[in-house]
Design a protein around this ligand. Structure first.
Ligand SMILES: NC(=O)c1ccc[n+]([C@@H]2O[C@H](COP(=O)([O-])OP(=O)(O)OC[C@H]3O[C@@H](n4cnc5c(N)ncnc54)[C@H](OP(=O)(O)O)[C@@H]3O)[C@@H](O)[C@H]2O)c1
Length: 241
């Protein structure tokens, strides 16, 4: 397979920050693979971007399902034989639906909710990355962006939302460990905090648009060779862990 375009794959790209990141990377000339767990929504997202004359394809991917991850890896190998950029964007914030702040307390934490959060946000990113790193290693090029959060910062760690906080702190661990192991392969791995963003997760009162948030992700996805790796960034600026 002699594909020369840069290929980017984004998890959970049917809406929100993932969708905007797909749009911005495609505008830069990437062939972007929008993935989502819901086929209809994912195809509709890809259609929308194609209608803007962008080079966007679609493939299903549920980051919690090993067979789904395997299928997307095979698709990339067969269709392009390469992957240049992976954005681990898919995420859930289960505790955000709790209206009563007492339910948000660690004292009320539900182990199943913690498990679900870890499974999607952390294990999902781990398994997707492990499956998609080999083509990057073969090509000696890769940029991996892990969506983290201010809620993951140990420096500012406060109360509540332990499931989400644990899962995103674990994402930061993935960033460090993958970055350390892949440094020799020209694969740069960084965590990005998008800020508080107006999406279904962030709600209508959030301070940043999805397009603004995507800019910081695109920055990390398009770093020059020799650029930073194993870091934590917000809008292109380093932030404390
Ligand atoms: N919004 C914020 O203020 C904010 C702040 C800090 C960090 N973040 C992070 O930014 C990322 C994107 O968030 P967002 O604000 O765009 O949220 P969003 O609008 O709720 O979108 C989340 C996306 O993740 C997908 N997803 C969830 N579980 C999945 C799974 N098992 N497999 C594949 N996709 C899955 C969702 O798919 P469905 O449509 O099928 O549910 C959706 O596409 C998340 O990792 C989030 O934690 C957001």
């Amino acid at each position: 397979m002699n594909e020369t375009r840069r290929i980017a794959l984004i998890t959970g790209a049917n809406r929100g920050i993932g969708f905007e990141t797909a749009r911005q990377l495609a505008r830069l000339g990437f062939k972007v693979i929008v993935t989502s767990r819901d086929g209809l929504q994912g195809k509709a997202a890809a259609d929308k971007l194609q209608s803007e004359a962008l080079d966007v394809g679609y493939h299903p991917l549920d980051v919690t399902r090993p067979e789904s991850i395997q299928r997307v890896a095979e698709f990339l190998d067969n269709a392009f034989g390469r992957l240049d950029v992976l954005v681990n964007n898919a995420g859930i914030f289960p505790e955000i639906g709790y209206a009563d702040s007492r339910q948000q307390s660690i004292l009320a934490a539900d182990a199943d909710v913690v498990r679900a959060s870890l499974e999607t946000n952390a294990l999902g990113a781990l398994e997707v990355t492990r499956a998609l790193v080999p083509p990057m290693q073969r090509n000696g090029y890769g940029r991996i962006v892990n969506l983290s959060s201010g809620y993951a910062q140990l420096t500012n760690m406060g109360g509540r939302f332990v499931a989400y906080r644990m899962s995103k702190a674990a994402v930061n661990v993935l960033t460090r460990v993958f970055a350390a192991e892949l440094a020799e392969d020209n694969i740069l791995v960084n965590s990005v905090d998008p800020g508080w963003v107006r999406t279904r997760m962030g709600g209508p009162n959030a301070t940043r648009s999805a397009a603004e948030a995507a800019e910081g992700i695109v920055w990390a996805a398009t770093l020059e060779d020799g650029g930073p790796t194993g870091g934590f960034y917000k809008a292109g600026e380093a932030v404390p862990w």
